[in-house]
Design a protein around this ligand. Structure first.
Ligand code: NAD
Length: 428
């Protein structure tokens, strides 16, 4: 069966069912965990700048909060669907559980295109979203964060509305806030750095010196840039970077003799993680087709752009030299390609482990806000590395012991932890 034709929620349920079978999960727990505990669907009326009222549709899904308050981003997207939000909320439950932070899974969204909205209209959507949910979210129940097309400014408007309604200061209500307004040091770097912390731990287990390795990366946005930076700081060599070109509406892979200079590419990248072709050429970069990143003879591949990039149609193009694939992006590998990678013995660090640095740092932000005491960057990154490498070690042990792939092993740990919390509370 072609799993890529499923909707995201069906994929999330398929992955869950597979591990639930493996774990021989109790029937009641299984029924509870394969769907969200709560869903809110609502309208947000906004008086637009032209004087007309437009009604937007918003969602919040709380998949499971047995281990702690639900946690997850709010997406603004014109194609947003409830099934995407459901799937993402379920994946958040597993992500928080695998890195063992005391949070559950949630996700939210509004069907809208911020590019077509003024700042005032966006502010009204943010405030309207909170007004519709104010009784059902909060620092001790459900903590939102930025996601696709939302940012720190949106979070501050939401925080302000929440505090106005509840009368007080509750900075731990929402994360991803700017520094100086309750944000945490290290949040910008956290996801990309987290990817490299788990790569480092994996290479150590494989007995490979990171300084002797090469990598090829898809994407040059937040996750990819910081992953590339830390990886090169540790002595690794980035051979190629692939990213989307907004002008040509296609992607290109950039490669340079002697390796990519991450800092110089960062200087010519735009805020969407795009690289100007001409400026890159001036710096001596050759320009290959967008999917050439996957075919490089490197030790490590880091897909850090969008979903479904390694699939049945291109997985065989991956070089035999590749030993590790670290999924910086969410869902970059389709289930069919995943099977092939497993058979080829390539160590795949699954997305909800490899990119969990972001949510772990958001948890740190919450902790700092709730105690009104902020840590310096060194302390944040030190703690982040500890959480990420500990999670990797546990997943790797389960993978070895049970002779299953890293993705299934990560699911086994996460689902077990959530199932135990559900049962301990007497829910099932
Ligand atoms: P971003 O928007 O900053 O960057 C995305 C990058 O992908 C850009 O460089 C863009 O050019 C590139 N891209 C898009 N389509 C492409 C294509 N077809 N081929 C090649 N490159 C392409 O996004 P980000 O925040 O870096 O997130 C990247 C991925 O990581 C997403 O899947 C996101 O869900 C996931 N993620 C991000 C975070 C985080 O904290 N930012 C946390 C967890 C997971």
């Amino acid at each position: 069966m072609d799993h890529s034709s499923y909707n995201p929620f069906k994929i999330a349920q398929y992955q869950f069912d597979k591990v639930a079978d493996l774990l021989e999960l109790d029937e009641g727990v299984r029924k509870l965990l394969r769907q969200p505990m709560r869903e809110y669907h609502f309208t947000i009326p906004v008086r637009m700048d032209d004087g007309n009222v437009r009604v937007f549709n918003g969602f919040r899904v709380q998949h499971n909060d047995a281990r702690g308050p639900a946690k997850g981003g709010i997406r603004f997207h014109p194609m947003e669907t409830i099934d995407t939000v459901r799937a993402l909320s379920m994946w958040m439950t597993w992500k928080c559980a695998v890195v063992d932070i005391p949070l559950g899974g949630g996700k939210g969204g509004v069907i809208c295109d911020p590019h077509q909205l003024s700042m005032r209209e966006q502010e009204q959507i943010c405030r309207g979203w909170v007004r519709q949910l104010a009784k059902n979210i909060g620092p001790w129940s459900d903590v939102p964060a930025p996601d696709v097309m939302t940012n720190g400014q949106h979070m501050l408007w939401m925080l302000d509305e929440f505090e106005t309604i509840h009368g007080g200061r509750f900075p731990g209500f929402i994360t991803g806030k700017p520094l100086g307004s309750g944000g945490s040091q290290g949040r910008t770097e956290a996801t990309g750095f987290g990817v490299v912390y788990v790569i480092g731990a994996a290479l150590e287990e494989l007995g490979i010196n990171i300084e002797k390795t090469t990598a090829s990366i898809q994407g040059f946005g937040n996750v990819a840039q910081y992953a590339a930076r830390l990886y090169t700081q540790h002595g690794g060599k980035v051979v190629a970077i692939s990213c989307w070109d907004q002008t040509d509406m296609t992607s290109y892979t950039y490669r340079k003799k002697g390796g990519v200079n991450v800092i110089e590419l960062q200087e010519i990248a735009d805020k969407f993680g795009g690289i100007d072709k001409k400026l890159a050429a001036d710096l001596g970069y050759e320009q290959l087709p967008g999917d050439a990143w996957l075919q490089q003879e490197v030790d490590i591949l880091i897909p850090a752009a969008i979903e479904s990039q390694i699939h049945r149609g291109n997985v065989d193009l991956i070089s035999p030299k590749v030993k590790v694939i670290a999924e910086g992006a969410n869902g970059p590998t389709t289930p069919e390609a995943d099977e092939v990678l497993l058979q080829r013995g390539i160590l795949t660090l699954p997305d909800f482990l490899a990119n969990a640095g972001g949510v772990t740092c958001s948890y740190f932000e919450q902790v700092q806000c709730n105690s009104n005491y902020f840590w310096d960057k060194h302390e944040v990154l030190d703690k982040l590395e500890k959480y990420m490498t500990t999670a990797f070690t546990m997943v790797s042990e389960v993978s070895r012991r049970q002779k299953i792939g890293m993705r299934d092993a990560a699911y086994v740990i996460a689902i077990n932890r959530v199932a135990q919390a559900v049962q301990a509370r007497g829910w099932a």
